[in-house]
Design a protein around this ligand. Structure first.
Ligand SMILES: Cc1ncc(COP(=O)(O)O)c(C=O)c1O
Length: 388
């Protein structure tokens, strides 16, 4: 076989850490808290609309950017919920957020371009930057400062090759929901250095204790330099549907469409009808999913903080807790591996998200029922007792 393309061989990013290790173990007694897979089923009215679309023969090619009705509904939602004024021509329906971020990175990043990420970062973004030939430049945020955005550190990372900043808000893995001041500070750096911002807002609805989600594209001067990516994945429990969307400056849309039309043509026609039902239909199921997430967060974080040596900040959003386990004196990867091997609980090492995550583990409470969350904490408590 001829040699693989360098865009494949020259990549360092791993998409799956403990998930791959758990799968390779063949064990069926593990409690899985490593993957951000929603626990709930997709709400019934969303499934019903999709089935009805299939039965009505909506099985053919449709608009490359997405169904016009869905894009109109997305614009209404962006205006209502995100403070973003966007025309349907600025929206592209994507195969989950993953597809939207891939398109955004491929459309803007040339080989050698530097792309800044806040660390701890979401590793899949690194993989895409590398596939585009770009150079990931992680900027470490400080755990002691609650992983707040540090504009001075961002500024210090900028070089003549800097092209883009990747933002994940609410943040996986730290659970932070960035404040207006933090976002304004990042925006000021982007404007000053003429950088593109791509904003991953897949957890925009999963917010706790009155935290409010602010889309950075709604800040002054940002709409023209921001591609914002959303998805139905987490809040609507639609991870397997692969449905999301992006909103971009009008001038960027032909470039983004060049990527999406060449890789998937467009998202499945009938699946988009499910998305339309999600945005325009009954919001009670969404509220129920969010209430369950909050109950599980409360249980997990309360109980974690009762365990000796564990310090866990309250996640302001997302489905992850990011406790500090450094008191146990071992690298986070070793802690995660021993927790799996010795107690059967799979979590991700904080260092998987870059060195700034060292000393922490990421525990997903979104993927289990509350009884399983309790069972997992019982196992973690037993493990900690044994290792002292
Ligand atoms: C920050 C972040 N972005 C993107 C994704 C992937 O989203 P999707 O399944 O919609 O592609 C995830 C999934 O865990 C995520 O945590």
């Amino acid at each position: 076989m001829r040699q693989l393309a360098r865009r494949i061989t020259d990549t360092s990013a791993k998409s799956f850490g403990m998930y791959a290790r758990a799968a390779a173990s063949g064990r069926d007694d593990l409690i899985h808290m490593e993957l951000g897979r929603p626990h709930a089923d997709t709400p019934a009215h969303i499934k019903a609309a999709t089935i009805a679309a299939l039965e009505a023969g909506k099985v053919h090619y449709s608009d490359l950017a997405g169904l016009p009705d869905l894009r109109r509904a997305i614009c209404a939602k962006l205006a209502r919920q995100n403070g973003m004024t966007v025309a349907p021509g600025q929206v592209i329906v994507t195969n989950g957020l993953t597809h939207g971020s891939f398109a955004a990175i491929m459309a803007f990043v040339d080989p050698g371009d530097e792309v800044i990420l806040l660390e701890p970062f979401y590793p899949q973004h690194i993989g895409k930057i590398e596939l585009a030939g770009g150079v990931p430049v992680p900027v470490a945020l400080d755990a002691a400062r609650g992983y707040a955005i540090d504009a001075a550190a961002l500024e210090a990372a900028i070089t003549p090759r800097s092209k883009m900043i990747v933002l994940v808000n609410p943040c996986n893995p730290t659970g932070r929901v960035y404040t207006r001041d933090e976002l304004a500070a990042l925006a000021a750096v982007a404007v000053r250095h003429d950088l593109i911002v791509i904003s991953d807002e897949v957890y925009e609805e999963i917010l706790f204790d009155g935290a409010s989600h602010i889309s950075i594209a709604s800040l002054p001067g940002m709409a023209e330099r921001t591609v914002t990516m959303f998805a139905f994945t987490k809040s609507y429990a639609m991870d397997g549907w692969r449905l999301g969307y992006l909103a971009a400056p009008a001038a960027a849309v032909p470039a983004l469409l060049k990527i999406t039309a060449n890789d998937v043509t467009h998202v499945n026609t009938f699946v988009q009808e499910g998305g339309l039902a999600a945005l325009t239909g009954d919001m009670a199921p969404l509220q129920a999913i969010l209430a369950e997430d909050k109950a599980k967060r409360d249980r997990l974080v309360t109980r974690l903080n009762q365990l000796p040596g564990i310090r866990c900040n309250w996640p302001e959003g997302t489905i992850y807790a990011f406790p500090d386990v450094s008191a146990y004196g071992m690298p986070a990867q070793v802690f995660a591996e021993r927790l799996m091997d010795e107690a059967g609980v799979v979590v991700e090492a904080g260092s998987f998200y870059g060195p700034a995550g060292e000393g922490h583990v990421r525990i997903c409470f979104g993927s289990l029922g509350i009884a399983e969350v309790d069972r997992a904490i019982d196992r973690i408590a037993g493990f900690l007792r044994r290792i002292g």
